[in-house]
Design a binder for this molecule. Structure first.
Ligand SMILES: *Cc1c(COP(=O)(O)O)cnc(C)c1O
Length: 413
C-alpha cells in the first residue's frame, strides 16, 4: 500500500485506525501453499486469534483456508463467517469439559491437550474423533513467554505421558484421528522444528486411525530490518520429503496441517495514529500519539519492535524520537527511533500491525477501541466501526439508587 492511500484512510475514517492489506494476506497464503506444494493433502488452518474480524475470516475462507480456534466464541465467529464445521479445529487450553462438549456438538474437530479432559471426554463420547496435542519439549526461540513446547510449558500432553495416554485411549475405546503440536511463536531454526516433527512422527505410530498431523505454527516474520524470518520454502522442502516418507511407512496419505496466524496477517497490517504532542525534555524528544498500549500492547507486553514511519512527511530530515502513548502509565511504542521530522498532527504508521494487535486491544483509560479498515483491490472498506461512549457504558450497572444522596433521602422518607 502507498503512504498516500494510508493517509487518505486516516483522513476519511479518523485516527487511530487499523488498516489491513488483503493483497499481502493473499500472497502470504499462496507462498505457504506453494512451499508445501508437493504434499498430496495440505490444510492451512488460519489461527483466528491473530486477527479475528469477521471480514478477515471471510477472506481466509474464500482462499480455501481452514480455521484454528481457541475458544467457543471463535468457533461461532468462524461458523458465522461461512466456514464448514469440518474446516474448523478447536484447540483450546485449560477450558472446561462443558465448553469442549459444546464445540463438539457444533461439529468441529476437537483437539485435547491434557489427560484429565481426554479421559472424561473419551468416557462420555467415545464415538467422537479427537486430535491430541503433544508437547515435544523442544525449545523454539529464546523467550519463554512465546516458546510453548519446553518442559515447564502449560501446553500439550507431555511425550513422557504417552503410556498413560495410550491407556486412556485403550480403556475408553476413543478414536484419535489427529496428532498436533504447536511449539511456539518462533521457528528460528528449521532443524529444531524438524527435530520436533520426528517426535510427532514417533507418537503418530501409536495410533492406527489418523487422518492428519498438525504441525501448529511458529512461522517468524520480520519486524524490522535485519530480522530473521522463517524460510518457509526450505522448511517446505525438508518437511515435505520427510512427511511423505512417513505416510508411506504409515500406509496412508495423511493430511499435513499448519495453523499460521502471524505469518498470514502480521505484515498486512498498519496501525495509524496521530501525533498529539511533540515534547522536548532534557534528554529526549517525545512524540505522543492519540493511542497507547490500550490499542497496541505488543511493545510493552513482549518487547516487540514495530517499525514506525511518519507517513505525513516520509522524506523529511530524520531525528531521534521516543514514540509514546496517552495512557497514564509508561506506554512506549519505541525508544530512540530515527523518524522523519515529526510535527504535531502528523500521522505515524506502525508496521506489522496485523497480528495480535487489534485482538489484544482494550478499553483501558475508558478509551474507544479503534476502527478497522480492509484495503482490497484498491478500495477501502470499513470492517469495524470505532467505538463510541455507548460501548464504554454498555453492560455497566449504575447503582444510582444506592449512592445518589437525593434519591437516598427520598427512599428513606
Ligand atoms: C496462537 C496459535 C497459533 C498461531 O501462532 P502464530 O505464531 O500466530 O502463527 C497456532 N496454533 C495454536 C494452537 C495457537 O494457539
Amino acid at each position: 500500500m502507498k503512504h498516500s492511500d494510508l493517509l487518505k484512510i486516516a483522513h476519511n475514517y479518523g485516527a487511530p485506525v487499523y488498516v489491513y492489506d488483503s493483497e499481502k494476506i493473499i500472497s502470504q497464503f499462496n507462498r505457504l501453499t506453494k512451499a508445501f506444494g508437493s504434499v498430496p493433502k495440505l490444510k492451512l488452518n488460519y489461527a483466528a486469534k491473530a486477527l479475528s474480524n469477521i471480514s478477515i475470516l471471510r477472506l481466509m475462507n474464500s482462499l480455501g483456508s481452514g480455521l484454528d480456534t481457541v475458544s467457543i466464541q471463535e468457533v461461532r465467529l468462524g461458523l458465522m463467517a461461512g466456514f464448514q464445521p469440518q474446516d474448523i479445529i478447536y484447540t483450546p487450553n485449560g477450558v472446561s469439559l462443558e465448553e469442549i462438549e459444546e464445540a463438539s456438538k457444533l461439529g468441529v474437530q476437537i483437539n485435547i491437550d491434557n489427560l484429565s479432559i481426554l479421559e472424561q471426554f473419551g468416557t462420555k463420547h467415545p464415538q467422537v474423533p479427537v486430535c491430541i496435542r503433544i508437547n515435544p519439549h523442544v525449545m523454539a526461540g529464546g523467550n519463554s513467554n512465546i516458546s510453548v513446547g519446553h518442559i515447564d510449558s502449560k501446553f500439550g500432553i507431555s511425550i513422557h505421558q504417552i503410556p498413560h495416554l495410550l491407556r486412556i485411549v485403550e480403556l475408553t475405546k476413543m478414536n484419535i484421528n489427529g496428532i498436533h503440536m504447536h511449539t511456539g511463536s518462533d521457528i528460528l531454526d528449521i532443524d529444531v522444528f524438524l527435530y520436533a516433527s520426528e517426535i510427532l512422527f514417533d507418537t503418530a505410530k501409536h495410533f492406527k486411525e489418523l487422518d492428519f498431523i498438525d504441525f501448529g505454527s511458529g512461522f517468524k516474520v520480520p519486524y524490522k530490518e535485519g530480522d530473521i524470518q522463517t524460510n518457509v520454502e526450505e522448511l517446505g522442502q525438508k518437511l515435505t520429503g520427510r512427511f511423505n516418507e512417513f505416510c508411506q511407512e504409515y500406509g496412508k496419505d495423511l493430511t499435513l496441517a499448519f495453523e499460521p496466524g502471524k505469518f498470514l496477517v502480521s505484515e498486512a497490517g498498519s496501525f495509524l495514529a496521530k501525533v498529539n504532542v511533540v515534547k522536548q525534555t532534557t534528554s529526549t524528544v517525545f512524540a505522543s500519539v492519540d493511542s497507547g498500549f490500550n490499542h497496541l500492547i505488543r511493545p510493552m507486553l513482549y518487547g516487540s519492535s514495530h517499525e514506525i514511519i511518519n507517513i505525513s512527511k516520509p522524506d523529511g530530515r530524520e531525528r531521534y524520537y521516543s514514540v509514546v502513548g496517552y495512557i497514564c502509565e509508561t506506554d512506549t511504542f519505541g525508544n530512540n527511533r530515527r523518524i522523519s521530522e515529526i510535527s504535531e498532527g502528523d500521522i505515524l504508521c506502525f508496521h506489522n500491525a496485523g497480528a495480535y494487535c487489534f485482538t489484544m486491544a482494550s478499553n483501558y483509560n475508558s478509551r474507544y477501541r479503534p476502527a478497522e479498515v480492509l484495503w482490497h483491490e484498491g478500495k477501502a472498506y470499513l470492517i469495524r466501526e470505532r467505538e463510541t461512549f455507548d460501548d464504554i457504558i454498555r453492560n455497566q450497572v449504575d447503582l444510582t439508587y444506592l449512592f445518589d444522596p437525593v434519591i437516598e433521602k427520598a427512599v428513606a422518607k
